[in-house]
Design a binder for this molecule. Structure first.
Ligand code: GLU
Length: 378
C-alpha cells in the first residue's frame, strides 16, 4: 500500500464470534476486536479482518432440527449469517469512525492470476482509503473443489495477496500446545517456533472446537503457507484483552512463528495460490538441471504430459517416481507439448511450433521445492 506501512491480517474464528449453544454473536469479542483494529488503522497501519462465523450465526434462522447440516443448508445459513455479521461489523466500526467493506473470495480467485490481481487491487484500494475489508469465503457458491476448507488457509492467502507483514490467527486457545491441554495436564504452550515443520502439524493433531471448522491443525497448515510467503504468524486467544496490539508489540501472547525466506510476488502466486491444470513428468537429467543447477525446463527432459492445459497455465513438475518437485507457468499447451516432449530445441524450431519460447517453463516462472513434499520455493 503506497505511502503506508505493510498491512496486518487478522483472522477470527467462528468459536470466538458465536456462542456454541445459543449461536448468539459474542458482542464483547466483536467490540474488543473492532476497537483494537480501529487503533491500528488510526495509527496508520492498514488492517484486513478475515472473519468466519457466517454459517454459525445464520444456522438458527433456518429452524432446522438438531442434526448435521447438508451442504446446501450450510450455504443457505452462510447467506443469512454473512449479512448479520456484516451488519454487526458495520455498526461496530462506524462507532469508531471507520468504514468496512465486505470481500468474499473463493479458491478459484487465487488460482487465476487475472482475478487474483483484481482482488489484490481492490483490497489495496480499500486499505489506501482507511477502509477495513472484512473477508470471508463466498460460501454460497463454494463447492468442494473451490472451498478453502477453512478460513485459516484463506487468511494465509489473503496475507500473501496484500503483502502483509504479520498474520494473527485468533481462536479459543492461546496457541499451540505440546499436547491437548484439555486432557493432558503436562501440556505446555510453545511460545516460539523458528522453523515450522510437519512435526508441529502432527502436534496440533485433530484439536478443534464445537463451532467452526478450523482447529489447531488448520492453523498450523495456514502458518506453513504464510511463513513460506515470508509472513510471520501469531496464534493467540481472541478474548485476551488487547491481544492484537500486544501481539504486534512482540509480547508473548501465544505461539509466534517466524517467517521463512521471502519469494518474489509472481513465484509466491505460482507456489501457493495457483491451481495446477496438469503435470509434466521429467527425466533424471531434468530433475538435476532444475533442482541442483537452477535451470529452465526444456522439452528434451520431458517424458510425459498429463492433463489438458493451455499456454500460460500452471502445471506441476513431477519426477518419474511421481514426486512433485515444483510447479511453473508453461509456455506451450498440452497438445503441442505432447508433440515436442523429448525433442531438442533446434528440432522444435524446425517443426514451426516454437515461434515463442524455447523454454517449456522458464526459470523465472517456476518454483522448485527445497525438498520433496515441502512447499518452500527456491
Ligand atoms: N466461511 C465459514 C463461515 O463464515 C467459516 C469457515 C471456517 O470456520 O473456517 O461460516
Amino acid at each position: 500500500v503506497a505511502g503506508k506501512r505493510s498491512p496486518v491480517v487478522i483472522k477470527i474464528g467462528s468459536s470466538s464470534l458465536v456462542e456454541a449453544t445459543t449461536h448468539r454473536l459474542r458482542s464483547g469479542n466483536i467490540e474488543s476486536l473492532t476497537r483494537q483494529i480501529a487503533a491500528l488503522v488510526q495509527a496508520g497501519r492498514p488492517t484486513v479482518l478475515v472473519s468466519s462465523g457466517a454459517v454459525a450465526v445464520g444456522t438458527p434462522r433456518l429452524r432446522l432440527p438438531a442434526r448435521a447440516l447438508t451442504i446446501p443448508e450450510k450455504q443457505a445459513a452462510a447467506a443469512i449469517g454473512q449479512g448479520m455479521l456484516m451488519q454487526e461489523y458495520e455498526k461496530a466500526f462506524s462507532r469508531m469512525g471507520l468504514t468496512t467493506a465486505q470481500v468474499l473470495l473463493t479458491r478459484d480467485v487465487m488460482g487465476d492470476r487475472r482475478r487474483y490481481i483484481h482482488a489484490r487491487n481492490t483490497l489495496t484500494t480499500l486499505l489506501e482509503h482507511d477502509v477495513v475489508p472484512v473477508v470471508n469465503e463466498n460460501d454460497t457458491v463454494a463447492v468442494d473443489e473451490i472451498r478453502f476448507g477453512d478460513n485459516d488457509t484463506l487468511s494465509a492467502h489473503v496475507a500473501g495477496l496484500v503483502g502483509a507483514d504479520m498474520l494473527i490467527l485468533l481462536t479459543d486457545i492461546d496457541g499451540l500446545y505440546t499436547a491437548d491441554p484439555r486432557v493432558d495436564p503436562e501440556a505446555r504452550r510453545i511460545d516460539w517456533i523458528d522453523n515450522l515443520s510437519e512435526r508441529y502439524a502432527r502436534m496440533a493433531g485433530r484439536s478443534g472446537s464445537r463451532v467452526g471448522t478450523g482447529g489447531m491443525k488448520s492453523k498450523i497448515q495456514a502458518a506453513m503457507i504464510a511463513t513460506r510467503l515470508g509472513i510471520p504468524v501469531v496464534i493467540a486467544k481472541a478474548d485476551r484483552p488487547n491481544v492484537i496490539l500486544d501481539a504486534l508489540a512482540g509480547e508473548p501472547v501465544g505461539t509466534r512463528i517466524a517467517a521463512a525466506g521471502r519469494m518474489p510476488g509472481k513465484k509466491r502466486w505460482i507456489a501457493f495460490s495457483s491451481a495446477a491444470k496438469g503435470a509434466v513428468v521429467v527425466d533424471r537429467g531434468a530433475v538435476s538441471a532444475l533442482v541442483d543447477k537452477g535451470r529452465s525446463l526444456l522439452a528434451s527432459g520431458i517424458v510425459q504430459v498429463t492433463g489438458a492445459f493451455g499456454a500460460g497455465d500452471v502445471v506441476l513438475i513431477r519426477d518419474q517416481a511421481g514426486t512433485e518437485i515444483g510447479r511453473g507457468v508453461v509456455n506451450y499447451d498440452a497438445d503441442d507439448l505432447r508433440l515436442i516432449q523429448g525433442m531438442k530445441s533446434e528440432d522444435i524450431v524446425s517443426l514451426g511450433i516454437s515461434s515463442r519460447k524455447v523454454e517449456v517453463i522458464h526459470r523465472d516462472d517456476m518454483v522448485v521445492y527445497e525438498n520433496a513434499g515441502a512447499r518452500g520455493g527456491k
